[in-house]
Write a protein that binds this ligand. Structure first.
Ligand code: PHE
Length: 369
């Protein structure tokens, strides 16, 4: 840097010469115009308008001029720096606009593209409703019990008081595993778990058994060779059919809402005595569709009642087969159809929908857990 001048000699302060200032300005303007993006412009700003740029350095030289020469030089450098600053500002605005425009295009989101590449799926409504049904009893203090789906014939039939010639034991109804003498079957109901529960647990026993069952039915709108039941078993001192009725009423209230009647119709099962079929009042029409001239009801086919399943007092022979003293203990049991419950509770019209595994069927039921 030059020392203060005593005698003014324009050659000594060549940075202030008009052509030098012009050159520095023109170089700056050319570089600004050539800056292709904001990063480049930043470099250009540093080189041509920063503290160490030729024009800034020239500006600092002004002080060294004799007072008479300062004004003119100051004006010249000031004008050049002003022109550079103005060009920088304009180019900055231009490049920012360009960048914004480009970003808008580059970062465009195509809202019509499929968004869900890993769809969450849904639980099968049979699983959900089975858990719900069981939950009503769990809330009354029942425990969940389980048993194998490949079951010994003894549990599935003998211990439940099926006589050897009972028609249910034939090939017509039962899937045998291996030959008939292996005595292994796919369980035809969840009732064998009654026997397992009584053998495995201490009395009193209060269990519900949700599970898969098998019968040699053809798949059609109302039948499937694989279906589900919810078994219930209570064995305690002093239990009566009134307790069974109360439990069924609580189940209907818990699943379908309060105020619906239930009814027992006499029936027969080898493992309960007496036995009944249990119906509930239709929760849609509440029986009104039975009246002559009333609107038909799709849920109960205008019967007014919906069949829930079978039930009864545990046959003392079953208690004896399980080592329970029938003089001291009594019990009741029920078996409810899970598919049937799903069909009328949710208006599912065909068994096919439940077994075909089409996600469009399960999705509307959602992820309820
Ligand atoms: N196991 C019987 C059936 O599958 C239902 C049932 C269970 C009946 C318990 C009475 C008691 O049809």
């Amino acid at each position: 840097m030059s020392a203060p001048n005593k005698s003014y000699d324009p050659v000594e302060v060549s940075a202030l010469a008009p052509e030098e200032v012009e050159r520095a300005r023109d170089e700056a303007l050319a570089a600004i115009a050539a800056a292709a993006d904001l990063d480049e412009l930043k470099q250009v700003r540093l080189a041509h308008a920063g503290d160490r740029s030729p024009l800034a350095l020239a500006n600092r030289e002004i002080g060294a001029l004799p007072p008479a020469a300062r004004a003119e030089a100051g004006k010249r450098v000031g004008a050049a720096r002003g022109a550079v600053a103005k060009a920088l500002k304009a180019r900055q605005a231009e490049l920012e606009e360009e960048r914004d425009r480009r970003v808008l295009v580059e970062e465009t989101v195509d809202v019509t593209l499929p968004w869900d590449r890993a769809p969450r799926g849904a639980r099968h409504p049979l699983t959900t409703i089975q858990e719900r049904m069981a939950d009503v009893f769990v809330s009354m203090g029942f425990e969940i019990a389980e048993g194998p789906e490949v079951e010994a014939g003894w549990f599935n039939f003998d211990a439940l008081n099926f006589k050897p010639d009972h028609p249910a034991r034939t090939m017509q109804d039962t899937f045998f595993v291996g030959s008939e003498d292996t005595d292994l079957v796919l369980r035809t109901h969840t009732s064998p778990v009654q026997v397992r529960a009584l053998l495995e647990r201490d009395l009193p026993v209060y269990v519900v058994v949700p599970g898969r069952t098998y019968r040699t039915d053809e798949l059609d709108a109302t039948h499937s060779p694989v279906f589900h039941q919810l078994e219930g078993l209570a064995v305690d001192e002093g239990l009566t059919m009134a307790d069974l009725r109360g439990a069924i009423d609580a189940f209907v209230g818990g699943m379908f809402g309060e105020g619906l009647a239930t009814r027992f119709r006499p029936s027969y099962f080898p493992f309960t005595e007496p036995s009944a079929e249990v119906d509930m009042q239709c929760f849609v029409c509440r029986g009104a569709s039975v009246e002559r001239g009333a609107d038909p009801c799709r849920t109960c086919s205008s019967e007014g009642w919906i069949e829930l399943g079978g039930c009864g007092m545990v046959n003392p022979r079953v208690l004896v087969a399980c080592g329970v003293d029938p003089e001291r203990y009594s019990g009741w049991a029920f078996g409810l159809g899970v598919e049937r419950t799903l069909m009328f509770r949710h208006g599912v019209e065909s068994m096919h929908d439940m077994v075909e595994g089409d996600v469009r069927f399960t999705l509307p039921f959602g992820m309820e857990i």
